[in-house]
Design a protein around this ligand. Structure first.
Ligand SMILES: Cc1ncc(COP(=O)(O)O)c(C=O)c1O
Length: 440
């Protein structure tokens, strides 16, 4: 990892160097204090998995901009697509004049969709907007109001999606009142709250009658909730339950989608065809683009102009999205996600053997995590230790993210284009950080 030195010769890795400090001072004067950043430094440029700060220090980015960079930072094909499209036209509003990149991206996404039923796509700007629109579509289609969500869920920060999100602080505290008709049920978490489908159904029916439910919204693997993979039978049974009761099954694949788990959609690995799938994050490599991909039968219920927005499906973002798909296909990134998953799993299991702090190792494909606990019996969350490891990794040149209701999960959102040598280096850093906290 490249490190620059201050005039006094002090290493700056993991802290703000002089140029970053200048920017921090400017930031503090004008930027709302709620807009904090994980890294103490400011970026100058990035490529692949590597980020260089304004003081010349280099870091490996294992957060991928919160999971937006399956093809890595500034992939040349994505940059070229943005440049080419921006020279043609930047904005029309699709509801004024339609354009080809929107249609071409929808065509490509429909081909990836699980199941045989015909599909349609509508684009939006953010993950939250995709989820919120999926709920609107489901409500319109069913003419019902209730929405079922899960413990540990994260769906966004708008009023409806904040209501659907579980964690109180920092997402919900003092932001009420919340949207009505949202019902929260347990998520079958094999490590903490194992639950059979029958038990789950009992919980649900005590809360709300199935024939009043418009949608069940589920992350096939919980993202912010801590990379929780449900028991294998849960999603197929949920699919059956929704079909039986005329409920729209919405898979929120904002974090799991676009190849991270080793298939384009995580839903595929559970053998389910959701009625609606929400996409975002990596869809356009970090440009603001999200989408709802759904079965025509449901998507076609909503009338002219009932969903949309000024910037939705921006042409530059759609062009970037097409380039992302080209890269995923051309560089065989789905295979790469599976291979990365195997490497991560092997190394994480070794960490689990060595460090009692590692309570659980889990994930699918490259979407892998370590859950840290103070005690393997009580499973008391090791939240402070997780925060310490993130700081320790930063000082060693790796940017890591946490997750989970208790902030005790280290989650990997690394770019799938990461080189083996970079992966090895990053994992060595995680091991060193685990060793440091375990011996203190
Ligand atoms: C599963 C899931 N849904 C929705 C969202 C919200 O996306 P956005 O932040 O783009 O609104 C996120 C963001 O982390 C997410 O992980």
């Amino acid at each position: 990892m490249q490190q620059s030195t201050t005039e006094a010769g002090k290493l700056q890795l993991g802290q703000a160097g002089p140029k970053s400090q200048e920017l921090v001072k400017r930031k503090e004067k004008v930027v709302a204090p709620a807009c904090t950043s994980l890294a103490p430094f400011m970026i100058a440029e990035s490529r692949g998995t590597v980020v260089r700060d304004v003081d010349g220090n280099e870091y490996l980015d294992f957060t991928g901009g919160w999971g937006c960079l399956v093809v890595g930072h500034t992939h040349p094909k994505v940059v070229q697509a943005i440049r080419t499209q921006s020279e043609k036209y930047v904005h029309t509003d699709f509801s004024v004049i339609a354009y080809e990149p929107y249609i071409a991206l929808a065509e490509r996404l429909v081909q990836y969709a699980p199941g045989e039923r015909p599909k349609r796509v509508a684009f939006f700007n953010s993950g939250a907007e995709a989820v919120e629109n999926a709920v609107k579509i489901a409500r319109y289609h069913t003419k019902r109001r209730a929405v079922v969500v899960f413990e540990g869920a994260f769906h966004g920060r708008t009023l409806l999606t904040m209501t659907m999100t579980h964690k109180a602080s920092p997402y919900k505290a003092h932001f009420g009142p919340f949207a009505p008709d949202v019902y929260r049920v347990p998520f079958p978490n094999p490590y903490r709250t194992p639950l059979s489908f029958a038990e789950w159904e009992t919980h649900l029916k005590a809360l709300v009658a199935p024939d009043e439910i418009a949608a069940v919204v589920v992350e096939p693997i919980q993202g912010e909730g801590g990379f929780v993979v449900p028991t294998p039978e849960f999603l197929p049974k949920l699919r059956e339950f929704c079909s039986q009761h005329g409920i729209v099954l919405v898979a929120d694949e904002v974090q799991t989608g676009v190849g991270r788990t080793g298939t384009f959609f995580a839903s595929e690995q559970f053998g389910i065809e959701p009625d609606l799938i929400c996409l975002g994050k990596s869809l356009a490599s970090g440009l603001p683009l999200s989408g709802v991909l759904g079965v025509a039968e449901v998507m076609d219920s909503v009338p002219d102009s009932a969903i949309g927005g000024t910037y939705v499906g921006n042409p530059i973002a759609c062009a970037a999205g097409l380039a992302v798909l080209d890269v995923i296909e051309g560089e065989r990134l789905l295979e790469r996600a599976r291979a990365l998953g195997e490497k991560l799993e092997a190394r994480f299991r070794a960490f689990q053997e060595e460090f009692p702090l590692v309570g659980d190792v889990r994930g699918l494909g490259a979407m892998r995590a370590l859950e840290l606990v103070k005690d393997r019996e009580t499973k008391e969350p090791a939240s402070e230790e997780t925060a310490h490891i993130i700081q320790s990794a930063l000082r060693r040149g790796v940017i890591l993210a946490k997750a989970g209701l208790y902030g005790n999960v280290l989650r990997m959102l690394l770019p799938l284009v990461i080189a083996d040598e970079e992966l090895q280096r990053g994992l060595d850093v995680i091991e060193a950080a685990l060793a440091e906290i375990s011996s203190s």
